[in-house]
Design a protein around this ligand. Structure first.
Ligand SMILES: *Cc1c(COP(=O)(O)O)cnc(C)c1O
Length: 373
């Protein structure tokens, strides 16, 4: 079976994790500090805090910015539900913005139009940007909009480690950036994540919120200064992260090579639209969009029979039961997000694949699409 994606864990890493387990020091110690240091260096970020998941990173971002009841937040309508779930948990109101059909990212024109026409009772507080599948969102325009309307910017970079805009890593543009190390992402610690910020005060606050609001005083005693969470990463996860990050440059290069083959082999493929090529894309996922006349379920099933695992890419939030019932969004079926949710097809992409695998996948896909006409 050619898997959609898979974690790459070496014997050396398994050994490193075992070594940490034998030390008996298991939670948020030196390895977590070293992992944060390595991430800081890799991204050129001011502050990085390792946390227990991408979702806890997002939750910490909102809690640190004190976004909650009475606040409205603009968020793309096509993403993994965690992005919007944390808003609900904070009791803030999500305002869905449609995405671009070829980048799958928030459309800055629609964002500004929605902000201008906004008349809800909640106060607009922030824009949550998602760098979907590793594609950099249009940060220059989004930061400009945020500045003009006095909004915070939280970047959901869960899929976007290694994504850059003019050489600058995403996650460092907005007030806070959030990353995930889930096995489906580019590097993994099992579960895990990180919060990035260029703002010292926010960093301090996130650091407290990550660990019960616990502050260590100079005389060695402790105080609890905020009602915080436990969103810590473990030492054995952190040591895995340190090793994964060392290999990441090589992996990202391989991902880019494989994506070039996808573009080459799928150029003549009928009934699909390829994603837009963007400079600085980290290619966590390669998702194509099938024409309306093609039944995606059939395609996924037929590919599976050929030994190829594929899946949908991400969710249209407005189409999900909870959000549909609560907000009853207008004209959902006309949204690009809904079409991407229904017709998007994520193809296998992993540094473990090679040119022949991509040729095999694309040949089978083309045959299946022709047979499904
Ligand atoms: C994976 C993902 C998350 C959630 O990350 P977890 O580590 O699984 O909690 C959030 N947002 C996006 C866009 C993601 O892809």
């Amino acid at each position: 079976m050619i898997k959609l994606s898979q974690p790459i864990i070496s014997e050396e890493e398994i050994q490193a994790v075992s070594d940490v387990l034998r030390t008996g020091m298991l939670v948020q110690g030196q390895y977590v500090a070293d992992f944060e240091q390595a991430l800081k260096k890799y991204m050129g970020a001011q502050n990085v805090l390792a946390v227990s998941s991408g979702t806890s990173a997002l939750h910490l971002a909102l809690a640190a910015l004190e976004i909650g009841e009475g606040d409205a937040v603009f968020v793309p309508g096509f993403t993994y539900p965690a992005t919007v779930n944390v808003l609900e948990i904070q009791k803030a109101k999500p305002i869905l913005i449609d995405v671009d059909a070829s980048t799958y990212n928030i459309d800055p024109d629609k964002l500004e139009e929605t902000i201008i026409n906004y008349s809800g009772k909640e106060t607009p507080k922030a824009i949550m940007v998602v760098h979907e599948f590793g594609a950099p969102a249009e940060m220059t325009r989004i930061l400009d909009i945020a500045k003009r309307y006095n909004l915070f910017v939280v970047e959901d970079a869960a899929c976007a480690l290694g994504t850059t805009i003019n050489g600058q890593h995403v996650g460092t543009f907005g007030d806070i950036g959030c990353f995930s190390w889930h096995p489906r992402k580019a590097i993994t610690t099992g579960e895990g994540g990180a919060v990035v910020t260029q703002n010292e005060k926010l960093n301090k606050r996130i650091s407290l919120l990550r660990n019960h609001g616990l502050e260590r005083l100079e005389d060695g005693s402790m105080d609890f200064v905020l009602p915080g969470f436990n969103y810590r990463l473990t030492e054995f996860q952190a040591v895995l992260g340190i090793h994964q990050l060392k290999k990441f440059n090589k992996w990202i290069q391989k991902r880019n090579e494989l994506v070039e083959y996808y573009y080459k082999f799928l150029r003549e493929c009928p009934h699909i639209q390829l994603p837009k090529k963007i400079e600085g894309h980290a290619w966590q996922t390669f998702m194509v969009v099938l024409e309306d006349i093609i039944d995606r379920g059939n395609v996924i099933h037929s590919l599976k029979l050929e030994g190829i695992e594929t899946n949908l890419g991400a969710q249209a939030i407005g189409e999900l039961t909870y959000y549909r019932k609560k907000y009853d969004f207008e004209n959902l079926s006309q949204h690009t997000a809904s079409n991407l949710y229904k017709q998007g097809l994520a193809l296998p992409l992993s540094p473990l694949l090679d040119k022949d695998d991509i040729r095999f996948i694309t040949t089978k896909l083309m045959n299946i699409l022709k047979a499904n006409e």
